[in-house]
Design a protein around this ligand. Sequence first.
Ligand code: SF4
Ligand code: SF4
Length: 375
Amino acid sequence: MRKVAVVKANSYDTQIVEQAMTELLTHLGGMSKYIKPGERVLVKPNMLEGVDKGLSVTTHPEVVRAVIRLVKSAGGIPVVGDSPGLGNTLKVAEKCGILKVCLEENTTVVPFEVPTELSLPNGMILKKISVAKVYMEVDKVISLAKMKTHSFMGVTGAVKNLFGFFVGPDKAQFHLRMKKRSDFAHMLIDLYGAIKPVLSIVDGIVGMEGAGPRNGTPINSGLLLAGSCGFSVDLAMAKCMGFEAEKMPVAQAAIAAKLSQTLAGLEIVGNGKDIVHHFTEPKNFDRLEGRLPSWLVDFSQNQFTAKPWIEKNCIACGRCAQHCPPKVIRIENNRAVIDYRECIRCYCCQELCPVNAVSLKDGTLLKTAKKLRRK
Ligand code: SF4
Ligand code: SF4
């Protein structure tokens, strides 16, 4: 039975987080069970974008600090790194407060800039993969994720956090190649299998609900989660968020492939194990997936998915146009305009918009399907 620890932590006060993190790891046998003296350990927080830590977009710096200290106490040598969705790693780390904590803890921040190729003979959908070369230079990886909703994948936790191992523009290519959520989920499962983090930890002290992972609303959830299996940690996380955890695309695919337990098969321990919040879902069709025949979803993907909609507060910065994988956004009359015929519903535009000017609107068929489901 795979174990997931869930403990309460009601603030980002340094001492409170450190105590809670120690308690969390104690449930799992202590950090020294995973990290041996002298090992170089890559701690991979969620550094999606350089914004204030209060927005809950990135892993909180105090959680990063607590993990750094525990790795050191086990004799490991931590380094912290990511390839943000937007911007330079060091600038992002500076803006979200992670750089300051790393400097205080005498820990290096390593940008993921150079890729290296790994072969994946047993991959479900990928047989080779290009990930940040720093992966080859460390002994262990810890995925240090944030508890957030995700418009495309339902939730983003320990497994999706590894998407940052793809360097820069490679990320957009995966959106183009894996347009269906199930394909994207299989790709993430392959990535997880390649990186094999020794521990997966989730910062859910303040999570994000609604239009995650960038433009949602912070929600006090008071939890830290951890386990040696990222799929299990994400299942427990989605349960704590109040979602149908096994219906999340990655969980669904991992359970089907027998790479993950079901929720009932997990041993969840800790003083936060029974806490369930009611996060607002992202506006997408995840909960319809699995209820509709897959041929119908394939056939009418655009009708059954919410479409991105540019709101009046668009400032025409062009960021969405620059990062839209199929390049179907243009700036016209000081506003972003989307060509829906080629839109693949990846929601990168919503994820990256700096002023939350991209909302998601249900199409007619999706509205009808939701009404039918409510009856
Ligand atoms: S990123 Fe947002 S503000 Fe910038 S052009 Fe796109 S919709 Fe407008
Ligand atoms: S318009 Fe938005 S949702 Fe559509 S393909 Fe571009 S980034 Fe993805």
